[in-house]
Design a protein around this ligand. Sequence first.
Ligand code: NAD
Ligand code: IPM
Ligand code: MN
Length: 385
Amino acid sequence: AGVPRIVLLPGDGIGPEVMAAATEVLAAVGTFDLAEHPIGADAIRAYGVPLADRTLAACAEADAVLLGAVGAGAVGAGAVGAGAGAAGSAGAGAPHDAPRPEQGVLDLRSGLGVYANLRPVRTMPGITHLSALRTDRAADVDLVVVRELTGGIYYGPRGDVRDMPGEGVPRPAGDGPARRAVFDTCVYSADEIERVARTAFELARERARPGRPPRVTSVDKANVLTTSRLWREVVQEVADRDFGDVVLDHLLVDTAAMLLVTDPGRFDVILTENMFGDILSDETAAIIGSLGCLASASLTGLGAGGGLFEPVHGSAPDIAGKGVANPVGMILSVALMLRFGLRMAEVANAVEAAVQNALAAGTRTPDLGGDATTTQMTNAIVKSL
Ligand code: NAD
Ligand code: IPM
Ligand code: MN
């Protein structure tokens, strides 16, 4: 079927550093046709926009897309509304037309239509002592967050309340800073909910083992939000209609956040909407010990092939340029690309095993309590392949 064509989007901060690790691993496992393009602040510098049309077109034509991370930094703690990043990014509460690096990722996800974001979290032998949780709680975790990725509050209408559609909205008069009021909206259609629910149920079936029936926990805020009530209704309908073998339960997101750290072993597939999935998936990093270890796959369905693959972490401005970024999340994203995007499951398994071996053998970057550089960690993984 020819040499797989992969678009590489290194992005900002540690993005290029972990992307270099990914290309080392790819070179070790096969022959790939790699084409690199800018995204995020890098693309704003090159093209004036965080995702150029030609970049999206290249991604759409490729067999799979690998992304490092985007973000110029500076939208940090205490900087709400004043987040002027290197590329002039706007902070929350300061809506204006300056291009934001993160918009590149959002446009890429919607442009590719990758509505199902899989974020696996599995106990990593050899580094269980790094978990923020008690060792007995962190010992047997094997879950996947299935995050709806192209809808919800990330993509709904937003702006100044003075431009807000609809009646009965309190609209502050005047222009003074005390009058600032903005809005974001969360919109979900039944179709959007149904397709990602199907992906979660199908994934649960694939993960079932003797003694472990397929299990999905759907997470929402149905006691407050209309979108969550529709979410719960549609998820239950899909289950009743087509997935009677799957054990389905529903949790409110606040309870789910608590149970993730008190009883993570109770979860198998966690199905949730865009923003809840963003927040809960960073919480799962505490189970493993570092955000730098988590990978993700963004798909147009479980068996569809192709897709977008990126670590869960961001551009980490605090450690960028130091050569110490943990490449594991990126390398495990390569494994997910091999498995789901390119249908090379055996090679994917080998990459995952190599990561486990290198970690167990004690090669660890500073976020894992070691002193290995990104290059040393990558070399250890490549060597154990
Ligand atoms: P972050 O994930 O970049 O960093 C959070 C913390 O984790 C930092 O202390 C960082 O040093 C550490 N960390 C993250 N990845 C690491 C790695 N591979 N190795 C070692 N340590 C690692 O989150 P943030 O600081 O809140 O955000 C920084 C920028 O990244 C923001 O602009 C944000 O929008 C962006 N971001 C982008 C993506 C993406 O591209 N998909 C994801 C998350 C955040
Ligand atoms: C992630 C990131 C992104 C998100 C940002 C950078 C838009 O936090 O991939 O988890 O919120 O989806
Ligand atoms: Mn996130």
